[in-house]
Design a protein around this ligand. Structure first.
Ligand code: 3LM
Length: 407
């Protein structure tokens, strides 16, 4: 970046790598939807295919606006390079297919987003890659099980949906001693709240569908890391194996979403802290899992590796699964929907929805309680979010128990 050089996140998210004067002064980068790029000669095209010039070839390999998005995102993630993909699953699968082969082992944390778990079970395992699940919140479990066969260690932190943290630095200290990549899913935090690469991870993946887009109007993903790894994922995992290419329209929506990421995240965090305080004081709530709470079991680790506690909360009611569902159904403004990180507050029941890819037994083995409720705290006025939760509690439980909550 020349004219706007800055190391501040907010400035990079708005200006990095784009100069209006190179685009007839357009403030907003043009949407590029060309699928293919014309060459002046066969020789020039041939050289492009050999990587001997910088020309674009075909949109499955990249496009100018996608390149801008990737360069900007790489700065935010403090990475040498980044690759934008058609979905978070496209990022995860393109990266894993690039670096794992039959006979290799992948070690994953116990708690994973449902479709990631499904991919390991129905994708990698079917093609001869061994998958082992460990509780990576205790890094010594990794020291005990890592071997020459282990080529990748994979974890979310905080984990979806149960908010367990893993110590990225502690895991990196172990994987660095082996020929093994540490890949962290940073979807819940975004690079504004947590920087896994600077803590020693080799690769970071995201569902950009969530906070990065931020408005519930796109599906996309990112993977970021060393230039050589990203080139490999682009030219093998994505080009040949998944084909999970981002569309030009979604590139444009993501560039727009990134510009306000820091402002939105600050408010998500502020609102979530207040909602978590409210829930943890509610007589109807048994457990509230939020890294910003004093009684959060990994509070110290949260302070060490997260800049703020985030916008996601998990909680369990002092109630049956049916009563918990009745509570969700009684909400009026808060929407019952999967996905997260949108302006709207979204609530869902992982065992029935996002994590229904796990059997009942698997849910227990993977530390996902069947009565857990997940809340993605949005950007509405905090009083309205809390008022909606409270009226739902009152309408479902207070009549039964005789309890009322004073405002
Ligand atoms: C969800 N999650 O509601 P896409 N990694 C993490 C995620 O949370 C997700 C992905 C990767 C949800 C989606 S469930 C049907 C809806 C931590 C997605 C995958 O491919 O962009 O959806 O990202 O938890």
């Amino acid at each position: 970046m020349t004219k706007h050089h800055s190391s501040h996140f907010a400035t990079q998210a708005i200006h990095a790598n784009y100069h209006p004067e190179a685009h007839q002064g357009a403030l907003t980068p043009p949407i590029q939807i060309s699928s293919t790029y014309a060459f002046e000669t066969v020789e020039q095209g041939g050289a492009a295919f050999q990587g001997e010039n910088e020309r674009f070839i075909y949109a499955r390999l990249g496009s100018p606006s996608q390149q801008l998005l990737e360069q900007r995102f790489a700065q935010l993630e403090q990475a040498e390079a980044a690759l934008a993909t058609a979905s978070g699953m496209g990022a995860i699968t393109s990266a894993m297919w690039s670096f794992l082969k039959p006979g290799d082992e992948l070690i994953a944390d116990l708690s994973l987003y449902g479709c990631t778990f499904s991919f390991l079970e129905h994708g990698l395992k079917q093609f001869g890659i061994e998958v082992k699940y460990l509780n990576l919140s205790a890094a010594e479990n990794l020291s005990r099980h890592i071997s020459d066969k282990t080529k990748m260690v994979y974890s979310e932190t905080p984990s979806n949906p149960n908010m367990r943290l893993i110590d990225i630095e502690a895991l990196a200290a172990i994987t660095n001693k082996h020929d093994c990549r540490l890949m962290i899913d940073n979807t819940y935090c975004t690079p504004y709240l947590q920087n896994p690469l600077s803590l020693g991870a080799d690769l970071v993946v995201h569902s950009a569908t969530k906070y990065l887009g931020g408005h519930g109007d796109l599906i996309a993903g990112f993977v970021a890391g060393k230039q050589q790894d990203i080139d490999e994922i682009r030219m093998v995992g994505l080009k040949d194996m998944t084909g999970a290419v981002i569309s030009g329209f979604d590139v444009s929506l993501l560039l727009r979403g990134l510009k306000s990421l820091h402002v939105r995240m600050d408010r998500h965090c502020e609102n979530a802290q207040k909602v978590a305080d409210y829930l943890s004081n509610s007589p109807f709530v048994k457990h509230t899992f939020y890294p910003g709470l004093d009684h959060f079991p990994q509070k110290q680790l949260a302070k060490q590796q997260m800049h703020q506690a985030g916008g996601m909360i998990a909680f369990e009611l002092d109630a049956t699964r049916e009563q918990s569902a009745a509570f969700v159904n009684a909400l009026q403004m808060i929407l019952c929907a999967v996905s997260l990180g949108d302006a709207e507050t979204l609530i869902q029941h992982p065992a029935s929805m996002t994590h229904s890819t796990y059997t009942e037994e698997e849910l227990m083995a993977h530390l996902i309680s069947p009565t857990l409720i997940r809340l993605s705290v949005g950007l509405e006025h905090i009083d309205d979010i809390i008022a909606d939760l409270e009226q739902a509690f009152q309408s479902v439980f207070a009549a039964d128990s005789g309890l009322t909550i004073s405002a």
